[in-house]
Design a protein around this ligand. Structure first.
Ligand SMILES: C[S@@+](CC[C@H](N)C(=O)[O-])C[C@H]1O[C@@H](n2cnc3c(N)ncnc32)[C@H](O)[C@@H]1O
Length: 283
């Protein structure tokens, strides 16, 4: 199966293939959002869940750990991510499989809850994915999703694109805040409402993104998974170095300068936040 997501013809191609590289870039922060999200949904135990666009399993595994499900299915288009997620599926009623969120390979009315984390803005037709969520839900079931608020509080991505655009005007068109207008509570609520979900509720979920040092912040951008790292991978060395220099000073506080051991001031962690918009509705 294709391991990338090709958006509309004018959209860039996003790479989703290497779970090992995705985890330190985005998976670790999505896992923090997933905890808040699953607790907020507060669905009864014994439910059958589907997590679409499950990636490396951040939300799927959180459901298994916190919601006492009867079963959880994680589905993603990326063979590499599904294989990575499957390494940690043991013994907790989790199954991972490849598939397309816009054409779910399940009969109508199969699940009690259908959820997604950081997916909906990456599918070419989010309304079609929402319709598919609705189709496979049982009567009384819950659909819910979260996306990063790229234009607002998803600070680590915001800082990256601000620095990139200052050096390279062409980067502006790749900025996820510009590419994904869906990513705020109002638009997410409208998507769910238009799809016919009842009793829609939306909220913001903020999580701290604490970095050990500058490398902990920067190295994941070199992993070439998702829009910002994919862009980074296209740059020649000198432009990548310029990008690190253009990173805001508060994120550079933990930057090592060849010292060993480092003074405490070089190890100071930088602490921006990541903000997600979440929405839930019922059939
Ligand atoms: C930002 S990642 C989110 C992964 C995971 N849910 C998380 O929260 O960390 C986006 C995921 O959506 C998947 N994806 C993109 N388009 C898809 C589609 N049409 N059907 C299924 N998965 C898709 C990608 O392969 C990738 O794993």
């Amino acid at each position: 199966m294709d391991q990338s997501n090709t958006m509309a013809p004018t959209q860039p191609r996003d790479v989703w293939a290497a779970g090992q590289a995705y985890e330190p870039y985005m998976g670790r922060w999505s896992r923090l959002v997933a905890r808040e999200f699953v607790d907020w949904l507060a669905l009864p135990s014994g439910a059958r869940w589907l997590d679409i666009g499950c990636g490396t399993g951040a939300l799927t595994q959180t459901i298994a750990a916190r919601a006492a499900p009867a079963a959880v299915m994680g589905l993603d288009r990326s063979d590499g991510f599904v294989a990575f997620a499957g390494q940690d599926a043991g013994g907790r009623h989790i199954v991972f499989q490849t598939g397309d969120a816009q054409s779910l390979p399940f009969p109508d009315r199969t699940f009690d809850a259908v959820v997604s984390g950081l997916l909906l803005n990456f599918v070419p037709d989010p309304a079609r994915a929402a319709d598919e969520m609705r189709r496979v839900l049982r009567p009384g079931g819950t659909a819910a999703a979260y996306v990063w608020d790229y234009a607002g509080g998803m600070q680590l991505i915001r800082h990256f694109w601000s620095a990139a655009a200052a050096l390279d005007p062409a980067a502006q068109a790749l900025d996820e805040a510009r590419r994904f207008p869906l990513c705020n509570p109002e638009r997410l609520r409208a998507l769910f409402g238009d799809c016919g979900f009842a009793r829609t509720e939306c909220r913001i979920i903020d999580v701290p993104t604490v970095f050990r040092d500058f490398d902990d912040y920067w190295a994941p951008f070199l992993g070439e998974q998702g829009p910002a790292p994919t862009y980074c991978g296209t740059l020649p060395d000198e432009q990548r170095i310029a990008l690190t220099v253009a990173t805001p000073p508060h994120l550079q506080r933990g930057r090592h300068r060849g010292c060993d051991p480092c003074p405490e001031s070089h190890r100071t962690a930088s602490v921006p936040e990541a903000r997600a918009a979440a929405c839930a509705g019922a059939v």
